[in-house]
Write a protein that binds this ligand. Structure first.
Ligand code: SF4
Ligand code: SF4
Length: 132
């Protein structure tokens, strides 16, 4: 399951400069796969992937440390009414989220998405959007 984490790193605000992900891994023993991270001196936004069975534990511990956690069920969403099966998204996606089925209709495996946004920019019909 993918979780999008956002947190402040300013001053003494929670979680401040705490190494939140390292702490969760150490305390829970859950292996966290970091798929994307934007962290600077003010704030952090990190996309992680964890086993579904550990999601409640990891989420609870992160929230206790002051991290806002959003479950990303479908990181990228397809509007099938707008899609013309042109394949532009297949070309640009670095994670092979998109493919054609045997009838040349677009198939989406959104669980592989790392929210890079390339497909949303590339789609000529505005058929793709990011969750939330
Ligand atoms: S946002 Fe990036 S990783 Fe996700 S489906 Fe689009 S191109 Fe692929
Ligand atoms: S780029 Fe847009 S219109 Fe083309 S196949 Fe992908 S989602 Fe459909």
């Amino acid at each position: 399951m993918k979780l999008l984490l956002t947190f402040s790193r300013k001053g003494k605000a929670d979680p401040g400069r705490e190494p939140v992900i390292a702490r969760v891994v150490k305390e829970t023993g859950v292996l966290v796969n970091v798929e994307k991270a934007n962290i600077d001196s003010m704030a952090g936004e990190v996309l992680i992937d964890i086993p579904d069975a550990d999601a409640d534990l990891v989420r609870r511990r992160l929230e206790e440390m002051g991290v806002a956690v959003r479950v990303m069920e479908n990181a990228v969403a397809l509007d099938e009414a707008e899609c013309v099966d042109c394949g532009a998204c297949i070309s640009v996606c670095p994670q092979e989220v998109f493919s054609f089925d045997e009838e040349w209709r677009l198939r989406v495996r959104s669980e592989r998405c790392v929210l890079c946004g390339k497909c949303i920019q590339a789609c000529p019909h505005g058929a793709l959007s990011q969750q939330g």
